[in-house]
Design a protein around this ligand. Structure first.
Ligand code: TXA
Ligand code: MG
Length: 344
């Protein structure tokens, strides 16, 4: 009896093993679903030119069909072929090359008019496609062995936090996907910056490690950063509020003042180390059973650790999480965006 892929066992592969990478490559050529490492988060890869493979991705993630996917490739030339600049001002293509040459491979996703070869399922019917070259040597190797791009949404069930290690992938997708390639923890830990370049003004739709200043310096023009989520038209469906949510009863965002009342409860507290220690000097130690997850003071390291902390918070018996929101916002834009959505 064919139970379909939903009931299949997820094969655990090692990125360091050549034969495992070949198996991953083979599965992808067969139109199957393989979670792959990237520098940002693990992605759920499938043939980006195959409507049926893409539909399996939506089903496995339980993702709304109106939320488009990012196409991943391993060269600027291949990425360029996924886009069609023939109907727009030459300025748009110039922007593409400037950004691609400066930031790829790396955590930047570029949105521009799509080529007709891309199936409508990948872009959820939109006329623009999102493309990116990820910076992970094993995944680049796989991409270089394929004659099609890979769609790779984050490899988690829709609305849950993105996975930054293979065990996070298995936590929500075991049995729903064919394989996962384990390459250890992702070094960036926050999803790519998403930037749309085909309008008069370039716009950041999702903040990430590359920030507005870096993109402006590269393009030598002013760009818009995503305003408060409520203010923007839903041009980037991933801006929907319910996102990145750990499986707990309650997530509270706490200021330096409002954390006081959670201090002696059994809540899990996630905090920047420096902020926590300053607080502890006033309030004394937390109860022995209370779980406290301390993240690095440096925003890059904090970002790398955040989703793992969200997944760990799910292990608490009380299932209540308080996040002490970092005070200093310099370098924290993308992190504050994700924390805000985890709590909504
Ligand atoms: O770092 C990343 O970008 C990871 C890794 C695996 O590459 N991928 C990722 O994919 O975060 P996903 O599907 O979880 O998020 C993609 C975001 C969504 O918010 C989606 O709505 C937006 O990009 N997006 C994709 N294509 C779009 C398009 N054509 N127009 C507007 N937004 C788009
Ligand atoms: Mg996602």
């Amino acid at each position: 009896m064919n139970l379909g892929y939903h009931q299949s066992k997820t094969i655990e592969l090692k990125a360091s093993k050549k034969e495992d990478l070949l198996l991953a490559l083979d599965l992808l050529k067969q139109g199957r679903l393989v979670a792959l490492p990237t520098e940002t988060v693990y992605g759920l890869a499938a043939n980006g030119l195959s409507s049926s493979a893409i539909q399996k991705v939506f089903a496995a993630k339980n993702r709304p069909a109106n939320n488009p996917l990012i196409l991943h490739t391993d060269s600027i030339l291949k990425a360029h072929k996924l886009l069609d600049f023939s109907q727009v001002s030459p300025l748009i293509e110039e922007r593409f090359f400037k950004l691609a040459k400066s930031f790829w491979p790396g955590p930047l996703t570029i949105i521009a008019p799509k080529d007709s070869s891309i199936p409508k399922e990948a872009t959820a019917g939109l006329k623009q496609a999102a493309v990116r070259i990820p910076n992970n040597s094993r995944t680049l190797k796989i991409l270089s062995g394929l004659d099609f791009p890979l769609v790779m949404p984050s490899a988690n069930l829709s609305t849950r936090p993105s996975p930054t290690c293979a065990s996070h992938v298995l936590k929500t997708l075991a049995g729903r996907i064919d394989a996962v390639v384990d390459d250890g923890p992702c070094p960036v830990g926050i999803e790519s910056t998403v930037v749309r370049i085909d309008k008069d003004i370039v716009e950041i739709l999702r903040p990430g490690m590359f920030d507005k200043n870096q993109l402006e310096m590269c393009l030598e023009e002013k760009i818009l950063s995503m305003q408060k989520i409520d203010d923007v038209a839903p041009s980037c469906p991933g801006q929907s509020q319910l996102h990145y949510s750990p499986d707990v009863f309650e997530v509270k965002l706490c200021s330096d003042e409002s954390i006081d009342e959670r201090w002696s409860c059994d809540d899990v507290i996630i905090a920047r180390t420096r902020d926590f220690l300053a607080k502890e000097r006033f309030l004394g130690p937390r109860p022995v059973n209370a779980i406290t997850l301390l993240l690095n003071d440096d925003p890059a390291r904090y970002g790398q650790q955040l989703y793992d902390a969200l997944y760990r918070s799910e292990n608490s018996p009380d299932k209540r999480l308080s996040i002490l929101v970092p005070k200093d916002t310099s370098g924290f834009t993308a992190i504050l965006d994700r924390i805000g959505r985890a709590a909504s």
